[in-house]
Ligand binder design. Structure first.
Ligand code: S3P
Length: 170
Protein backbone atom coordinates (compact mmCIF):
# COMPACT_ATOMS: atom_id res chain seq x y z
CA UNK A 1 0.00 0.00 0.00
CA UNK A 2 1.14 3.51 -0.82
CA UNK A 3 -0.86 5.27 1.84
CA UNK A 4 -1.95 4.34 5.29
CA UNK A 5 -5.57 4.69 6.22
CA UNK A 6 -4.97 5.02 9.91
CA UNK A 7 -7.50 6.98 11.84
CA UNK A 8 -5.33 7.13 14.95
CA UNK A 9 -1.69 7.55 15.87
CA UNK A 10 0.74 4.65 15.69
CA UNK A 11 3.39 4.64 18.42
CA UNK A 12 6.91 3.25 18.06
CA UNK A 13 8.48 2.00 21.28
CA UNK A 14 11.72 0.19 22.07
CA UNK A 15 15.12 0.70 23.61
CA UNK A 16 17.44 3.59 22.73
CA UNK A 17 19.03 2.81 19.38
CA UNK A 18 16.19 0.57 18.17
CA UNK A 19 15.60 2.89 15.20
CA UNK A 20 12.22 4.30 16.30
CA UNK A 21 12.84 7.81 14.96
CA UNK A 22 14.45 6.73 11.69
CA UNK A 23 11.81 4.10 10.97
CA UNK A 24 8.88 6.41 11.75
CA UNK A 25 10.39 9.12 9.56
CA UNK A 26 11.08 6.72 6.69
CA UNK A 27 7.57 5.26 6.87
CA UNK A 28 6.00 8.71 7.10
CA UNK A 29 7.72 9.68 3.87
CA UNK A 30 6.68 6.59 1.93
CA UNK A 31 3.11 6.65 3.24
CA UNK A 32 2.67 10.42 3.16
CA UNK A 33 1.56 10.76 6.76
CA UNK A 34 3.02 12.99 9.45
CA UNK A 35 5.56 11.80 11.99
CA UNK A 36 6.42 13.27 15.38
CA UNK A 37 9.46 12.45 17.47
CA UNK A 38 8.48 12.84 21.12
CA UNK A 39 11.92 13.93 22.34
CA UNK A 40 12.15 16.61 19.62
CA UNK A 41 8.61 17.71 20.44
CA UNK A 42 9.54 17.96 24.14
CA UNK A 43 12.71 19.92 23.34
CA UNK A 44 10.72 22.48 21.30
CA UNK A 45 7.98 22.73 23.90
CA UNK A 46 10.41 23.21 26.80
CA UNK A 47 13.04 25.16 24.88
CA UNK A 48 15.70 22.81 26.30
CA UNK A 49 17.61 19.73 25.29
CA UNK A 50 16.52 16.44 26.86
CA UNK A 51 19.89 16.10 28.59
CA UNK A 52 19.42 19.53 30.19
CA UNK A 53 15.92 18.64 31.40
CA UNK A 54 17.46 15.54 33.04
CA UNK A 55 20.24 17.65 34.56
CA UNK A 56 17.89 20.34 35.89
CA UNK A 57 14.72 18.42 36.80
CA UNK A 58 15.94 14.85 37.11
CA UNK A 59 14.44 11.81 35.44
CA UNK A 60 11.14 12.39 37.31
CA UNK A 61 10.83 15.88 35.85
CA UNK A 62 11.41 14.54 32.36
CA UNK A 63 8.91 11.68 32.83
CA UNK A 64 6.18 14.10 33.92
CA UNK A 65 6.60 16.15 30.72
CA UNK A 66 6.78 12.96 28.66
CA UNK A 67 3.43 11.78 30.02
CA UNK A 68 1.74 15.12 29.26
CA UNK A 69 3.03 15.01 25.70
CA UNK A 70 2.03 11.37 25.20
CA UNK A 71 -1.53 12.18 26.33
CA UNK A 72 -1.63 15.15 23.97
CA UNK A 73 -0.45 13.11 20.99
CA UNK A 74 -2.58 10.11 21.91
CA UNK A 75 -5.71 12.26 21.81
CA UNK A 76 -5.12 13.26 18.20
CA UNK A 77 -7.69 11.84 15.78
CA UNK A 78 -5.20 11.96 12.90
CA UNK A 79 -3.02 9.39 11.24
CA UNK A 80 0.34 10.10 12.85
CA UNK A 81 3.54 8.12 13.38
CA UNK A 82 4.94 8.86 16.83
CA UNK A 83 8.45 7.79 17.85
CA UNK A 84 8.53 7.62 21.64
CA UNK A 85 11.54 7.94 23.92
CA UNK A 86 12.93 4.59 25.03
CA UNK A 87 11.77 5.06 28.61
CA UNK A 88 8.13 5.85 27.85
CA UNK A 89 7.10 2.43 29.17
CA UNK A 90 8.48 2.94 32.69
CA UNK A 91 5.59 5.25 33.64
CA UNK A 92 2.57 3.07 34.44
CA UNK A 93 -0.04 5.64 33.39
CA UNK A 94 1.47 5.78 29.90
CA UNK A 95 0.31 2.19 29.43
CA UNK A 96 -3.28 3.46 29.68
CA UNK A 97 -2.68 5.95 26.90
CA UNK A 98 -1.28 3.17 24.70
CA UNK A 99 -4.23 0.95 25.47
CA UNK A 100 -6.83 3.61 24.78
CA UNK A 101 -5.39 5.22 21.71
CA UNK A 102 -3.55 4.00 18.70
CA UNK A 103 -1.48 1.01 17.82
CA UNK A 104 1.94 0.21 19.33
CA UNK A 105 4.86 -1.15 17.32
CA UNK A 106 7.73 -2.49 19.43
CA UNK A 107 11.09 -2.38 17.68
CA UNK A 108 13.32 -4.85 19.47
CA UNK A 109 17.07 -4.37 19.74
CA UNK A 110 19.64 -5.71 22.20
CA UNK A 111 21.65 -3.25 24.29
CA UNK A 112 24.83 -4.47 22.57
CA UNK A 113 23.51 -3.82 19.07
CA UNK A 114 22.06 -0.50 20.23
CA UNK A 115 25.48 0.53 21.50
CA UNK A 116 26.97 -0.11 18.08
CA UNK A 117 24.28 2.03 16.42
CA UNK A 118 24.42 5.00 18.75
CA UNK A 119 27.12 7.36 17.59
CA UNK A 120 26.68 10.07 20.20
CA UNK A 121 25.84 9.03 23.77
CA UNK A 122 26.15 12.63 25.00
CA UNK A 123 22.51 13.26 24.04
CA UNK A 124 21.36 10.14 25.91
CA UNK A 125 21.71 10.57 29.66
CA UNK A 126 20.57 7.01 30.29
CA UNK A 127 22.98 5.29 27.91
CA UNK A 128 26.29 6.03 29.54
CA UNK A 129 27.75 2.56 29.94
CA UNK A 130 27.06 -0.80 28.39
CA UNK A 131 26.69 -2.78 31.63
CA UNK A 132 23.99 -0.43 32.90
CA UNK A 133 22.31 -0.35 29.49
CA UNK A 134 22.12 -4.16 29.42
CA UNK A 135 20.48 -4.19 32.86
CA UNK A 136 18.08 -1.42 31.86
CA UNK A 137 17.14 -3.20 28.64
CA UNK A 138 16.44 -6.44 30.53
CA UNK A 139 14.27 -4.56 33.03
CA UNK A 140 12.25 -2.93 30.28
CA UNK A 141 11.73 -5.93 28.05
CA UNK A 142 8.49 -7.07 29.76
CA UNK A 143 7.20 -3.49 29.73
CA UNK A 144 7.70 -3.16 25.98
CA UNK A 145 6.05 -6.52 25.48
CA UNK A 146 3.09 -5.46 27.63
CA UNK A 147 2.25 -2.44 25.47
CA UNK A 148 3.12 -3.91 22.06
CA UNK A 149 0.44 -4.73 19.53
CA UNK A 150 3.18 -6.07 17.31
CA UNK A 151 6.91 -6.75 17.78
CA UNK A 152 9.50 -6.37 15.03
CA UNK A 153 13.02 -7.72 15.56
CA UNK A 154 15.48 -5.20 14.13
CA UNK A 155 18.67 -7.30 14.42
CA UNK A 156 20.85 -6.84 11.37
CA UNK A 157 18.13 -5.03 9.41
CA UNK A 158 18.31 -1.67 7.66
CA UNK A 159 15.92 1.17 8.44
CA UNK A 160 14.42 0.62 4.99
CA UNK A 161 13.82 -3.10 5.64
CA UNK A 162 12.27 -2.46 9.04
CA UNK A 163 10.01 0.27 7.65
CA UNK A 164 8.85 -2.04 4.88
CA UNK A 165 8.10 -4.76 7.40
CA UNK A 166 6.06 -2.39 9.56
CA UNK A 167 4.22 -1.07 6.51
CA UNK A 168 3.13 -4.58 5.61
CA UNK A 169 1.74 -5.03 9.13
CA UNK A 170 -0.13 -1.72 9.27
C1 S3P B 1 15.35 7.57 27.31
C2 S3P B 1 15.45 7.53 25.93
C3 S3P B 1 15.63 8.73 25.10
C4 S3P B 1 15.09 9.98 25.81
C5 S3P B 1 15.67 10.07 27.18
C6 S3P B 1 15.35 8.86 28.05
C7 S3P B 1 15.22 6.31 28.05
O1 S3P B 1 14.96 8.54 23.86
O2 S3P B 1 13.70 9.98 25.86
O3 S3P B 1 17.05 10.23 27.05
O4 S3P B 1 14.87 6.35 29.25
O5 S3P B 1 15.43 5.23 27.45
P1 S3P B 1 15.53 7.58 22.66
O6 S3P B 1 14.99 6.21 22.86
O7 S3P B 1 14.96 8.21 21.43
O8 S3P B 1 17.02 7.64 22.71
Amino acid sequence: PESLTLARPVFFVGFMGAGKTSVARRLARSCRVASVDMDTYIERREGKRVKDIFAESGEAGFRAIETEVLRELGAKPDPLLVSCGGGVVVTPENHEVFRESGFVVYLHVTADEAASRISDVSTRPLFQNLEAARARAAERLPLYEAVADVTVDTAGKSVFAIAREVQRIL
